[in-house]
Design a protein around this ligand. Structure first.
Ligand SMILES: C[S@@+](CC[C@H](N)C(=O)[O-])C[C@H]1O[C@@H](n2cnc3c(N)ncnc32)[C@H](O)[C@@H]1O
Length: 214
């Protein structure tokens, strides 16, 4: 379903206590958005926020930021009502390509890439969130043993991502091409897209990558 732009969505986000807009203009790093030093986990492309909120609820001692570049989707995310809405997350209306501008170096413990846009045309591969240029940014903002957790139904994107991580000297801590028929299913929090794909009988790929140190 195509989401409609409704007048005032941006202003709604600007005034919403759980939303952050234009973080690069705020004059402070997002690390300071919470009044504690808890580990930071970031989801790039959080959609309507199901995974973000459920994961934040399960892990009250971790600070979460869900980046969403579409104003219509970020609005839907901030507006949706969630039972037991946790305190430890923000929805950031912004493109995730500005991570190194808005976080201190080596300050993010984990980055989630859940069902990222597959960008199937080779001329668009540079937009993939696992393109080498993004991996270089993740290396700057992740702590030394920081991790990328990626899930996708798209086999082409998954194989491409595996080779990007390998070429860029990352260690693959886990890889499955059928998450829901694997032992890793137990701790899995489903995203909105994942629920839909699983209902359609699609297999879900997952990997966890960490930088290699000599
Ligand atoms: C296919 S949807 C998946 C949403 C959600 N992660 C899920 O699994 O249900 C991808 C979302 O990522 C957002 N997105 C894509 N590239 C992004 C980027 N560079 N920064 C922030 N959001 C992005 C899109 O606007 C879209 O809402």
């Amino acid at each position: 379903m195509r989401l409609r732009y409704i007048h005032g969505q941006y202003e709604f986000l600007q005034n919403h206590e759980k939303a952050i807009t234009e973080p690069e203009k705020r004059g402070y790093k997002l690390n300071d958005a919470f009044n504690n030093n808890n580990p930071i986990h970031v989801e790039l492309g959080c959609g309507k926020g199901k995974f973000l909120r459920e994961t934040a609820l399960k892990n009250p001692d971790i600070n979460y930021f869900g980046f969403e570049k579409s104003v219509k989707v970020a609005y839907r995310c901030a507006k949706s009502v969630f039972e037991n809405d946790p305190d430890n997350y923000f929805v950031v209306y912004s493109n995730g390509d500005i991570l190194k501008e808005v976080f201190e170096p080596k300050s993010i413990d984990r980055i989630y890439l859940n069902f990222s846009d597959p960008w199937p045309k080779p001329s668009h591969y540079k937009r993939r969130l696992t393109h080498k240029s993004f991996l270089e940014v993740y290396k700057i903002v992740l702590v030394d043993d920081g991790e990328i957790h990626m899930k996708t139904d798209n086999n082409d994107l998954f194989e491409y991502s595996l080779s990007q991580f390998e070429e860029d000297n990352w260690e693959l801590l886990m890889v499955t091409r059928d998450l829901h028929n694997s032992p890793y299913k137990q701790d899995n929090v489903m995203t909105e897209y994942e629920e839909r794909f699983v209902q359609e009988g699609k297999k879900i790929n997952k990997l966890i990558a960490r930088q290699k140190y000599e």
